[in-house]
Design a binder for this molecule. Structure first.
Ligand code: NAD
Length: 387
């Protein structure tokens, strides 16, 4: 079977790594066919590890028009993801988009509509979904082992970044260039897993964002969000790039106990009976349901970015179900848009989100920005390290 010709657009820190994995044959059934970046020096770097046949383009339209690729991996800054994806779908190409799906749900909804109409394979780089711990957690929750969820709680503060990271690209950490801070750049993985593993979308969000608390940036580097779900459960999501050492602890409490993911372990504190049932029947005053802590054995390995690329190629060539369908990107983005909107309005907001209001408020942020760079170049320095 012929190889799927993949083009990578956006050859910065992440795109360079994707292009390299493809060039080195790490993704079976695919070949790196073309790369595109607005800067020649970024394109030149690809020559270090690919053969000379790989075409290079400075212009996205020429790349999509003439390169002859079958599939495109989009690794540009966030705002452009939907626009480039829609152009690629219009050319009949398959698309794998980096996270987040975009900056606001209005154009991500449009991207999803165009993707569906095209019938092409659309995936999103939620590489942390390849982590067997979260897959197991999801299986356990969705099979009912934990019972009805009462509370979710994720403290994800181990996204430490120094000022030099923020200074490395002009688009970073600005409302105009990036559209948000830690929530939109680093934590989309956890926002996605929070939703994907539990299967729950919040109904109400009340959030508090601190902009530039630890860095000279205009967007948030510290936030706390409180959410409420349809079934009455509540949740808290805390993230920051300014704490060291940070914490990564995801805890979900249900009627049958508690699941904790921390330090690469999944622990199930399993009750021998339902807490609601115990509460209704127990007559001893003080006392609690019997609980067995179980360290859940985790099989398999985390395949990360290569795993998502492989799954996308397998979906194209063999019809394999997608681990991270592109359309899922809007779920996490809607939660993060709601978190920002609540913080900006200083009041709770309900979901489904008022996407027009969010868009309007985001434009206000951009227009009022003192960091506004009217000609954001997207030029980057090398700050290696991916998530
Ligand atoms: N999944 C992960 O683990 C992970 C990790 C890091 C970054 N990311 C995501 O990858 C994306 C890129 O991040 P990065 O850190 O590589 O950024 P970066 O600034 O290092 O690179 C972006 C590149 O895109 C190029 N570019 C911008 N607009 C373009 C256009 N229209 N056409 C062609 N090239 C264009 C820039 O010149 C730059 O080289 C973001 O969405 C980011 O959130 C994902």
């Amino acid at each position: 079977m012929s190889l799927i010709k993949v083009g990578v657009i956006g050859i910065g820190n992440m795109g360079r790594s994707h292009a390299r994995q493809l060039a080195e044959g790490k993704v079976l059934g695919a070949t790196l066919w073309a790369v595109c970046d607005s800067f020649q020096e970024q394109l030149d770097l690809v020559k270090n590890y690919s053969n000379s046949d790989v075409q290079t383009f400075l212009d996205e339209d020429e790349f999509l028009e003439t390169s002859g690729v079958d599939a495109v991996l989009i690794s540009t800054p966030h705002y452009d993801h939907p626009k480039i994806a829609m152009k690629a779908f219009a050319k009949g190409l398959h698309v794998l988009v980096e996270k987040p799906a975009g900056v606001f749900t209005k154009d991500v909804a449009e991207m999803n509509r165009v993707a569906k109409e095209s019938g092409n394979v659309f995936s999103i780089m939620y590489n942390q979904r390849t982590n067997p711990i979260y897959q197991k957690l999801r299986d356990l929750i969705q099979s009912g082992e934990l019972g009805e969820i009462k509370r979710t709680n994720w403290i994800i503060t181990d996204w430490y970044r120094s000022q030099s990271y923020y200074d490395s690209s002009e688009w970073r950490a600005t409302w105009e260039g990036e559209g948000g801070g830690v929530l939109l750049n680093q934590a989309p993985h956890q926002v996605d897993l929070w939703q994907w593993t539990t299967g729950l979308m919040p109904k109400k969000v009340h959030a508090f964002c601190h902009n530039g608390k630890y860095h000279d940036i205009e967007v948030e580097d510290d936030l706390t969000a409180y959410v409420e779900y349809e079934n009455g459960a509540t949740g808290v999501f805390i993230t920051s790039t300014g704490e060291s050492p940070g914490t990564n602890r995801f805890e979900i409490v249900g009627d049958r106990g508690k699941m904790v993911v921390e330090n690469h372990k999944l622990t199930f504190y399993r009750l021998t009976q339902s807490e609601r049932e115990f509460n209704a029947t127990y007559q001893g005053g003080f006392g609690q349901p019997e609980c067995w802590p179980i360290e859940i054995p985790i099989k398999g390995v985390r395949t990360d970015h290569v795993g998502i690329m492989q799954n996308w190629i397998d979906a194209i060539t063999k019809g394999t179900p997608l681990l991270a369908p592109g359309e899922d990107g809007i779920k996490g983005l809607e939660i993060s848009n709601a978190i920002y909107l609540s913080a900006w309005l200083n009041e709770p907001v309900t979901l489904p989100l008022d996407a027009d209001l969010y868009y309007e408020k985001l434009q206000e942020k951009i227009n009022q920005s003192t960091y506004k760079k009217s000609n954001i170049s997207n030029k980057t320095l090398d700050v290696s390290g991916t998530h």
